[in-house]
Ligand binder design. Structure first.
Ligand code: PEP
Ligand code: MN
Length: 338
């Protein structure tokens, strides 16, 4: 159950509501997000509507919700729109490209990649500075200094940065330099990290866990939302199945199904989804037609020399051709919807 409060609710009205539900021994959490104010019931208990009839300050009572609540489309039918920076919005029915290397590797690379993005009117860049690598002997990322350098160059061109945060201690140090925090597949159910990011007011790009169900992904998003941050973008990046002919099984079924279940925008990451550079194009275009609101692409100036995920990164020439095809495919999709 969600008790949606009026945004300008008076202190007295709020106290009266909270006293009432406490008197009914109802366990609840109070949530204040960027645009809403809610009391969310715990343990699946739903209170009788009649209990609230005489109380002021209530906008709406929402019953019969799934185990994740605030991120559900069952009560919030209007899609959530995420403003990443002055030049980038991710929203239902739109299509945004976020591109860049798996990891930021050097100052030279920063200049090269930012020029590539600016030349192609791409206003949001991806790039890890703290890398979650399966092996401790693989490149672990440039760290904060790399992010600062990247931010200097990117911001001069109006390009924002999305970068993965691996630990609560990194949130504050990264905060000024990113347009959104990425939560990687390996941390998708790191609830302490999710809650800490829920207390910030930066958009969050939440990747699906390596073997997460959609229900688990939505509950991860619920941890962020119920901590106060409603600016969440979900990302399908492939899941582990018994198939081993490619890196992951890129689950495009997730896109239309998530669209029904949640008001949050959904983007797709074919780079990690299939993990084979020559097949990125077809899966990226399939992602558009599946209804994704954007795409996350690993693009590298020289994939053969990349310090991480070179096998799934595309070079600039391939990327430029793909950007054009993505745009044409998006136009085609929009024409079907018209
Ligand atoms: C990445 O985006 O480079 C990354 C590590 O992705 P994932 O968490 O989906 O594996
Ligand atoms: Mn990667």
């Amino acid at each position: 159950m969600i008790i949606e409060l009026q945004n300008n609710i008076s202190t007295q009205d709020k106290e009266a509501i909270l006293n009432k539900i406490e008197s009914l021994s109802y366990a609840f959490t109070e949530v204040i997000t960027q645009t809403g104010h809610y009391v969310v019931g715990k343990n699946g208990i739903e209170l009788d509507k009649a209990q609230f009839d005489t109380l002021g300050g209530i906008k709406h009572l929402h019953y019969g919700l799934s185990n994740y609540k605030l991120v559900s489309r069952q009560w919030k039918t209007q899609a959530t729109k995420i403003q990443l920076n002055n030049n980038s919005i991710i929203q239902d029915g739109g299509f945004s490209i976020i591109a860049g290397p798996c990891a930021i590797e050097s100052e030279d690379q920063i200049e090269t990649i930012i020029k590539h993005l600016a030349d192609n009117n791409i206003t949001m860049m991806r790039g890890g500075i703290f890398k979650p690598r399966t092996s401790p002997y693989s490149f672990q990322g440039l760290g904060l200094e790399g992010l600062k350098q990247l931010h200097n160059v990117a911001s001069s061109k109006g390009i924002g940065i999305i970068s993965e945060v691996m630990d609560i201690s990194q949130i504050e140090e990264m905060y000024d330099y990113v347009s959104a925090f990425q939560i990687g597949a390996r941390n998708s159910q790191n609830y302490n990290l999710l809650k800490a990011l829920g207390k910030t007011n930066k958009p969050i790009l939440l990747k699906r866990g390596i073997s997460s169900t959609l229900d688990e992904l939505l509950n991860s998003a619920e941890h962020i939302y119920s901590s106060g941050n409603e600016q969440i973008i979900l990302c399908e990046r492939g899941i582990r199945t018994y198939e081993n002919a490619y890196r992951n099984t890129f689950d495009l079924n997730a896109v239309p199904v998530l669209k029904e279940k949640t008001h949050l925008p959904i983007i797709v990451d074919p780079s990690h989804g299939i993990g084979i550079s020559r097949h990125i194009e077809s899966m990226a275009l399939a992602g558009v037609m599946a209804g994704a609101d954007g795409i996350l692409l690993e693009v590298h100036e020289n994939p053969a020399q990349a310090l991480s995920d070179g096998q799934q990164s595309i070079d600039f020439k391939t990327a430029e051709s793909l950007y054009r095809k993505l745009s044409a495919t998006y136009d085609l999709r929009s024409s079907f919807e018209a």
